[in-house]
Each structure stands twice: as C-alpha cells, then as structure tokens.
Write a protein that binds this ligand. Structure first.
Ligand SMILES: [Zn+2]
Length: 108
C-alpha cells in the first residue's frame, strides 16, 4: 500500500488534508474539507488527480504526478472520465450522477 498526503489551501484558514492511497488496483482519495467529510465530491482531490499543484501548501508538489500515475486502471479514473464527458455535453443531470459516482469511488 502506498500513500501520499497533501495540504491544500481552501476556503478556510487551515489548509485541508488530502490523503491519496493506492492499494493494488484500488485508489482511495480522502479530504478533510466539509464536502469530503460528508462523502461528497470536492475539487481539492480532483485538482491533484488532474495533475494541478495550485493550492498545495505542503512541500511535496513534485509528488502530484505520482498521484496522477496511480489513477490508471482504477474505478476513480473511469468515474472521472464520466464527469468530464457530462461536463463536455453540459448535461447537468448526468453530471450530478457522475459526481456522486466519483465521490463513491474515491471513498472506497
Ligand atoms: Zn476537499
């Protein structure tokens, strides 16, 4: 099992903690922000998984590509592709469903 922890500046004074865990074929991404704690979609995890280091205040920005590499072949990658597809078609109903699926994939 491999694990990376990033601190991401969000809307609160304290940075949020994003933990990304790779265990075999499974990728789990957790975030300490209110949405993340409720098991909902949040942009802090997605930003990192899309390779964006903006907002990261911990000194491991150079580990972002490692986290992106862990995505390959996971259910999180498939769910993320569905979100992008729904965004491209501006399909709000499909986007809401895809984001729920993505949140579930990241939490397990
Ligand atoms: Zn978050």
């Amino acid at each position: 099992m491999k694990e990376l922890t990033f601190h991401v500046k969000g809307s609160s004074a304290e940075p949020y903690e994003v933990i990304i865990i790779k265990d075999g074929d499974s990728l789990t991404a957790l975030c300490s922000c209110p949405a993340g704690q409720h098991g909902n979609y949040c942009k802090h995890r997605i930003g990192i998984l899309e390779g964006k280091s903006a907002g990261i205040v911990s000194d491991n920005k150079d580990s972002v590509p490692t986290a992106v590499g862990w995505l390959a072949g996971t259910d999180v990658e498939a769910a993320l592709a569905e979100v992008r597809e729904a965004e491209m078609h501006k399909d709000k109903a499909a986007l809401a469903t895809a984001k729920r699926r993505l949140a579930r994939a990241m939490n397990s």
